[in-house]
Design a protein around this ligand. Structure first.
Ligand code: HEC
Length: 163
């Protein structure tokens, strides 16, 4: 039920969010440069491993990113995380994954970006258009409730604590 209260935040945040004001925390690379770099990094994410504790395509906890979602990780994240770790989340309208929703949301640990959450956040459309990037409160508002801003191990019924 806690989640319902939070649903109002991102709507406001998405409208008000201008990630340009985070440029000064990005060091040498701008948020736009990093978003472009990350889009290249996630090329081929479809064949990445499913995140531990999140069986390939599962019912979403709150439907924010789709009624059914897959959470996939690159080798760095699968190997324990750290600089270069990437998590991609893809939403679907059906349990079989036949009806994908447009775009992906991505979390990236990169030393190139100094952020409070420790992640660089991005939302892309399928054509690579960057819808959000940097550290928008429209992402962190929900995720900040969870350890290391990773939602799935805590909120997914039946998967928390599974090894
Ligand atoms: C309304 C709350 C909410 C907002 C806002 C939100 N998320 Fe999430 N996110 C979740 C939940 C809940 C999960 C766990 C999977 C599920 O149940 O769908 C999740 C999972 C994820 C995951 C998989 C890793 C993890 O933490 O579990 C990624 C990547 C992700 N979100 C990226 C983003 C990005 C990028 C944004 C901003 C564009 C964003 N999220 C905004 C609720 C939210």
């Amino acid at each position: 039920m806690k989640k319902l209260l939070l649903l109002g935040i991102p709507l406001f945040a998405l409208a008000a969010c201008d990630t340009d004001n985070l440029d000064d925390t990005a060091g040498a690379a701008s948020v736009d440069d990093l978003a472009a770099e990350l889009w290249g990094e996630i090329d081929g994410w479809e064949s990445w491993d499913a995140a531990q504790g999140w069986p390939a395509l599962s019912i979403s906890d709150d439907g924010t990113h789709g009624d059914f979602v897959s959470i996939l990780v690159n080798d760095v994240e699968a190997g324990g995380g750290g600089d270069g770790a990437i998590i991609v989340k893809k939403g679907y309208e059906d349990a079989e994954g036949a009806t994908p929703k447009d775009g992906v949301t991505v979390m990236w640990k990169t030393d190139q970006y100094a952020s409070e959450s420790g992640w660089f956040w991005a939302k892309y459309s399928d054509d690579g258009t960057v819808d959000l990037s940097g550290e928008p409160i429209g992402c962190t508002g929900c995720h900040s409730q969870s350890e290391d801003y990773q939602t799935y191990p805590i909120t997914s019924p039946g998967t928390a604590g599974e090894e």
